[in-house]
Design a protein around this ligand. Structure first.
Ligand code: URA
Length: 248
């Protein structure tokens, strides 16, 4: 893991200020505080959840409630603290009563997330639950089908693995889901140690080749992982796309 450069840190600080003042969707009317995300900008591991809940909205920090405590326990199980990873969400503002994110909210907010990924350049993005997984994989397949399988992807020319797992908030109340979440989580150290997807393969024929299929480490239980196709940040603000992905 390389420490973040000053440029990365200042760009993330600027993004933080933008999120705190953001009025791009109606959620700014009901939120208490924007929740940009936090952690080590030089980390190899990034988590992406769904949206801030009550406690996150009060404190302006991601995953500080019950789901956050579980996330911290899971991290401790693989020898990490929350300060050593970067934690963000699809939405940076809380939906009233924790309702599901709406297409127009995701469309308005997702450029922030893509910018964070491009700045942090993690080796692994662990998506928590359906919303983050569908958005970042560009695939409508639900979390129950895809959890625990690394998916090679590229963001802004940077190769990484998307690693979908169950959302800790969902696992809190479902013992079987919690067991699966723990099992999947334990695969993270190996994935973090593995070569980035595509390394050792022939160079892509075009700079715009996008996602390259690669041999994923720690083979998935069933078939090989499907390459994820990341929507480019520039093409991100389309509500229709989100609907096609079956996000809603
Ligand atoms: N659930 C999320 O998806 N994000 C948070 O920040 C907290 C709970």
């Amino acid at each position: 893991m390389a420490p973040a450069t000053d440029d990365t840190t200042s760009a993330l600080d600027a993004l933080r200020a933008e999120v705190e003042a953001c009025a791009l969707c109606e959620l700014h009317v009901t939120r208490t505080r924007g929740v940009p995300g936090e952690g080590d900008p030089g980390s190899d591991l990034m988590f992406v959840g769904e949206a801030p809940g009550y406690h996150e909205d009060q404190q302006g920090r991601p995953f500080v409630g019950q789901a956050g405590r579980l996330l911290q326990q899971l991290l401790a199980g693989i020898g990490l603290t929350r300060e050593q990873v970067f934690i963000a969400n699809v939405l940076k503002s809380r939906p009233p009563n924790n309702r599901d994110p709406r297409p127009e909210e995701i469309a308005a907010c997702q450029p922030y997330l893509w910018r964070q990924i491009e700045l942090i350049r993690p080796r692994v993005i662990c998506t928590l639950g359906n919303f983050a997984t569908k958005l970042l994989s560009g695939d409508p397949a639900g979390i129950t089908r895809v959890h625990g399988r690394p998916q090679p992807m590229q963001v802004g020319g940077h190769s990484l693995y998307l690693f979908p797992i169950f959302h800790p908030a969902a696992a809190l109340y479902t013992p079987a889901m919690l067991a699966t979440l723990k099992e999947d989580f334990l695969r993270l150290p190996e994935l973090l140690q593995s070569a980035p997807p595509g390394e050792g393969l022939a160079a892509p024929s075009s700079a715009t080749a996008g996602t390259q299929p690669a041999a994923a480490p720690a083979p998935a239980p069933e078939s090989a992982p499907a390459p994820a196709s990341a929507p480019s940040p520039a093409a991100s603000a389309r509500v229709g796309e989100a609907e096609q992905l079956g996000l809603f």
